[in-house]
Design a protein around this ligand. Sequence first.
Ligand code: ADP
Ligand code: MG
Length: 434
Amino acid sequence: MASVRVAVRVRPMNRREKDLTAKCIIKMEATKTSITNLKLPEGIAGDTTRDRTKTFTYDYSYDSSDCKNSTFVSQEKVFKDLGTDVLKAAFEGYNACVFAYGQTGSGKSYTMMGNPGDAGLIPRICEGLFSRISDATRWDEASFRTEVSYLEIYNERVRDLLRRKSTQTYNLRVREHPKDGPYVEDLSKHLVQNYSDVEELMEAGNINRTTASTGMNDVSSRSHAIFTINFTQAKFDAEMPSETVSKIHLVDLAGSERADATGATGVRLKEGGNINKSLVTLGNVISALADMAQDGVNTNLKKKSVFVPYRDSVLTWLLKDSLGGNAKTIMIATVSPADVNYGETLSTLRYANRAKNIINKPTINEDCNVRLIRELRAEIARLKALLIQGNQIALLDSPTALSMEEKLHQNEARVRELTKEWTNKWNETQNILK
Ligand code: ADP
Ligand code: MG
């Protein structure tokens, strides 16, 4: 069991806000973030003053508003706190997920992708992954397989951002695998062997994303981008084969101003009431999961069966496991510091506050053959112990002991066979990678 971890990050004032001589209304202190409503009068005792400034506590409150501040939080610091946890999870065989949530222009893409020379979480995580891989391969016999894919969800349709030919790339089907869950049919997966392989794909995908947005009225603020790393690790651990798979989703969400079905902003009216179904559903899923966790806390209350509407949108369906399921999940809520964005910022802070309550159940994703080998070996050890016991009380020639010995030999043969198959499979993979 692990709570979703939540970070809030405030960016510097942008040109527009400076031109409007906007005031800074966000204050951060340790893990606390406060927002002040400048429209309410200052200094009156009682309820009004309490309302004027609202304070929230998160796992992290990142002040990136002014690089001259001593408390300034850089891309490097965000990676050190959050990115290294993602890497740790990946190497332990857990799924991991990072969401960036916030209004358009608040710093989601900056935090996830970053700018040239000022890399964000995704490139840093990929770089870190390969630097750890090269450390591990230098010291022991571990083998790795890394694949990436990159997609965009726009108007509930899925587009592959890594297909060279752009025809027929919108509208990929989302299907469900009986064991592995929801997936995108025909989504391209790219085997990568070093960071520059990833960099190339990332750049191609980002260009693909922006090209579409110039043609189609700001697609990037209305679309969700999901960068996925499939990471498999195989090694012998005290002569036991071990193989784990970790899926890492790094998600740059659509601008949160599209999440509100009721607040008819100018932008929304222009879109003809076309609200972002995936973003609205994400909000509903988070609320349902947060309610469920609260029920868990109040154990004396009768447990409601809360319905979680994962299937209502493409985003939530694809990321089902990362939301209240088998993953270590992080949400980064990005906000503007300016008073002119008070409403959107407050709603982002509240949203992030709700997400804190979600509890996930991450488990290590172990290869099923490897698990079988481990179980058989445990059984062999048990049988051996029983036979030794039997020996001591001179039962060795009894029919039970004989059948036990037979079983033991069968199991040993099966383990040898499975281990050989598994080793061959990995040798083949390594030959392909070479
Ligand atoms: P979003 O993806 O949420 O729409 P962006 O990440 O594109 O927003 O950010 C909008 C602009 O603000 C970009 O020019 C970006 O470089 C800049 N920006 C955002 N966050 C920061 C930050 N923490 N430090 C410096 N510049 C930032
Ligand atoms: Mg963006």
